[in-house]
Design a protein around this ligand. Structure first.
Ligand code: HXC
Length: 502
């Protein structure tokens, strides 16, 4: 019993600590409520025989599994123990993980996986691969039923990365997390390219470039605080709602909505301040803040209830939709829809990003994910158009046409096929060219176009928006929209499943 608790022994633990890492057991204890952890399968042993494996004792077969609570919230959890055969995954190690995953799905509580492993246990061959396959299958079955959280606290290499990729939120820690399909050695031998593990698959790479990670932190302790915060916003499973919190007004002295948007329509501003001006206590828990920052996603509360915010960010690329921002938004919308979290969307974008790179990277397919996920979502959907809503961007950002329940627009909203400058150049081309003073004529036509189309009133006249509201009224109308749609229940046509533009 004592030796099973000690994992891979003193030397291996010292090596783990020297790398700035906690042990698997310390991680579980730090993350869960004090004394809440119940461990299972401590005495499971591997059954491998090849390569002298029958002479090796691997405590717990390199993984710790059990149940516990986080701020009273029940969870199933596993943590790979790198001190035992590098946390490598053999048959029994995988069986422990799949057993706790089965529990999570049956009991309808979230599953947390702490990854720290050299991957498939080489000595166990196809049994290791089978183990991964069983995990991926369960990740897929559990998707949209229970929240699935992956924490990368060491290497996560090869096919092992696909379990985190199938889960809802991936947490990484600077200098500790390493995720890649093929490591530096393979890349060097196949392609002749040299790169360090950190530059290939470190925490910053996945938080800023690949978008595989959702939360970045400087230490394991900070990472666990982030996980605890996340659990305050989400429900246990897809048949529940997130627990309500006491209602709180926004801190309007700090976040004064009237002062956030500049008077010049081309001047950028930080849309996160609009979110904070509307959310309870001006609280906003941002997700993927450093990836595809032209769209902002995250959780907040309105009148004590969790909502998912999606907002174009004028500070970055004028808030356009592109390949990465579309992927980021679409996935978040689907999470919120699966877990009964209402969506609040703030719109200010000039449209989809033009460019050869974007077209070649498949902006058509990726952009379509936003249309698909908003159209598919049946949770309450409230949209506020702040400034620009042009072209496909207008439609995609939870317009009435994709079945927003409520669409509001500020008087500053410009809803049109394109911006006045571009539009005037096209439709008044001849009038401008034939004029004695083309520049003067161009300005006049832009003004004429702006007056006629670049405002919210044409859309309001068609009923595409429900009301033109003053910025200061935003919270009040969103609160009402959410209250009145709290019993919303909508079902789509019967089908096995849709075919989103993956
Ligand atoms: C068996 C392994 C192992 C593995 C590590 N160990 N990885 N044992 N199978 N995959 C063992 C080591 O032999 C060593 O045992 C102990 O764990 C610690 O490993 P070290 O190499 O000493 O640690 P470190 O220097 O920190 O390097 C960590 C590492 C390296 C970068 C992760 O171990 C490594 O490159 N491992 C192999 C990674 C890999 O290629 N995995 C297969 C990926 S393919 P002793 O007894 O000496 O302490 C894959 C396919 C899955 O996973 C497919 C699913 C679809």
């Amino acid at each position: 019993m004592q030796s099973a608790f000690k994992g891979g022994g003193e030397a291996a633990i010292e090596k783990q600590v020297a790398m700035g890492k906690m042990t698997a057991r310390e991680r579980i204890v730090s993350l869960l409520d004090p004394n809440s952890f119940h461990e299972y399968d401590l005495f499971v042993e591997h059954a491998a025989k090849d390569f002298d494996m029958d002479k090796k004792f691997l405590p717990g077969d390199g993984v710790i599994t059990g149940t516990g609570t986080i701020s009273g919230f029940p969870v199933c959890i596993y943590a790979q123990d790198f001190t035992v055969a590098g946390g490598s995954l053999g048959l029994m190690h995988a069986r422990k993980i799949t057993k706790i995953m089965d529990h999570a799905l049956k009991l309808k509580v979230p599953i947390i996986g702490i990854n720290d492993s050299g991957g498939a246990r080489i000595q166990e061959g196809v049994n290791s691969l089978a183990g991964y396959g069983e995990i991926f299958y369960r990740n897929t079955k559990a998707s949209g039923v229970i929240p699935q959280i992956s924490v990368i606290l060491g290497p996560c290499a090869g096919g092992a990365v696909y379990s985190p990729a199938l889960t809802d939120f991936v947490f990484v820690v600077d200098k500790i997390s390493k995720m890649f399909i093929t490591g530096p050695e393979v890349i060097k031998s196949v392609l002749g390219e040299e790169i360090s593990m950190e530059d290939l698959g470190g925490a910053k790479v996945h938080s800023e470039i690949s978008g595989n990670a959702h939360f970045f932190s400087e230490s394991e302790y900070e990472c666990f605080q982030q996980i605890k915060t996340l659990f305050t916003y989400i429900p246990w499973n897809n048949s529940k709602k997130a627990d309500p919190f006491p209602k709180k007004a926004p801190r309007s002295k700090v976040y004064d909505i009237e002062k956030i948007i500049p008077t010049d329509p081309r001047q950028p501003y930080d849309v996160r301040n609009i979110i904070k001006a509307v959310s309870d206590d001006s609280d906003f828990f941002e997700i993927q803040g450093s990836f595809a920052a032209n769209i902002v996603i995250g959780f907040g509360r309105i009148n004590g209830q969790t909502v998912g915010f999606v907002a174009n960010q004028p500070l970055v690329l004028a808030g356009v939709l592109d390949v990465d921002s579309s992927d980021k938004a679409a996935r978040f919308i689907r999470f919120c829809d699966s877990f009964n979290i209402p969506l609040v969307t703030f719109v200010d974008l000039p449209g989809y990003l033009p460019g050869i790179d974007q077209e070649y990277a498949g902006v058509i397919r990726h952009g379509a994910k936003v249309l698909y996920s908003y159209s598919e979502a049946t949770v309450p959907k409230t949209t506020v158009i702040l400034r620009k809503a042009y072209g496909g961007g207008y439609i995609a950002m939870c317009s009435r046409h994709l079945r927003a329940d409520f669409v509001f627009a500020w008087p500053t909203a410009e809803i049109a096929v394109m911006g006045p400058e571009g539009a005037a150049n096209i439709i008044f081309k001849h009038a401008i060219a034939n004029s004695d003073n083309p520049e003067e004529m161009r300005k006049r036509k832009i003004k004429e176009y702006r007056r006629k189309f670049a405002n919210p009133y044409v859309a309001a006249a068609h009923g595409y928006i429900d009301a033109v509201i003053e910025p200061a009224e935003t919270r009040k109308v969103v609160v009402h929209a959410l209250e009145i749609s709290s019993q919303k229940s909508e079902r789509g046509p019967k089908k096995k499943h849709g075919i989103p533009p993956f």
